[in-house]
Design a protein around this ligand. Structure first.
Ligand SMILES: C[S@@+](CC[C@H](N)C(=O)[O-])C[C@H]1O[C@@H](n2cnc3c(N)ncnc32)[C@H](O)[C@@H]1O
Length: 237
């Protein structure tokens, strides 16, 4: 596939960072400016976490396209949509448009883009894909708290907590810093396990780090009973 201007087709999978547009990389910002169409996981063209992050960069004439992927665990957890995203990217590119798919944080760290990349590689192995790394919410949360994530010989554990509620106790016993993603739905279990292991005062929850409505709970018990966003993580040091 070649663009009408002779440039080879390249599809971009761009990490937009955790929420603050200032945390976009220069490469991400430049490519976003250049794109004709920006696809993202959100429910509609102008709403969704990733597209809202890059809102200040959008110029008139640029199209955004929400792909309405579900973020929930379960049979409709988005997997049915990855192929749809890959095919939409290919269609835009084959029609000569510069196109990208946006993901919050880093694209390949539990990111939707990692699946989209696999689908692209399977259905169009000759099309060049560039992945643009982004600042992960984990790094942003650690920076916000002023907590080192890992030093010297320490092991850093990153766990999608909704999938491992039963193993949280074992994970906490391993020591080292722990980052629990997808934490909102299993917060009571997280709090109970931290309390049991005397680590409750060494944990914090951050919701929507970098966004204007960011919330930080340094006392996790205060977060219990709150209506927490999917974009919440717990750091334990
Ligand atoms: C599918 S993972 C995506 C991680 C992302 N690719 C990254 O590098 O940060 C989604 C989880 O990341 C965490 N997350 C993503 N963005 C966040 C933010 N701005 N604030 C807090 N947690 C966030 C939440 O735990 C959320 O459930």
């Amino acid at each position: 596939m070649n663009r009408t201007d002779g440039e080879p087709t390249r599809i971009y999978l761009i990490g937009v960072g955790p929420g603050d547009p200032e945390l976009l990389t220069l490469r991400a910002a430049r490519l976003i400016e250049r794109c004709d169409v920006l696809l993202h996981a959100g429910p509609s063209d102008r709403s969704g976490f990733a597209v809202e992050v890059i809102g200040p960069l959008l110029r008139s004439g640029q199209r955004t396209q929400g792909m309405a992927l579900s973020m929930k665990r379960g049979p409709d957890d988005g997997s049915v949509g990855y192929d749809r995203v890959a095919r939409a990217l290919l269609e835009h590119a084959s029609e000569g448009r510069t196109v990208a798919f946006l993901t919050e944080g880093d694209p390949l760290l539990f990111g939707t883009s990692s699946y989209v990349l696999e689908h692209l590689q399977a259905i169009a192995p000759c099309v060049a894909v560039e992945v643009v790394p982004g600042v992960s919410a984990i790094s942003a949360a650690a920076a916000r708290l002023g907590w080192p994530l890992a030093q010297k010989a320490e092991v850093l554990t990153i766990c999608p907590a909704t999938y491992h509620a039963e193993q949280l106790g074992t994970l906490l016993e391993r020591g080292g810093s722990i980052c629990l993603l997808k934490a909102a739905g299993v917060l009571p279990t997280i709090v109970a396990e931290l309390r049991r292991r005397g680590r409750l005062d060494r944990a914090a929850l951050i919701e929507k780090v970098g966004r204007p409505d960011e919330r930080i709970f340094r006392n996790l018990e205060e977060a219990l009973g709150q209506d927490l966003s999917y974009f919440s993580l717990v750091l334990v040091r």
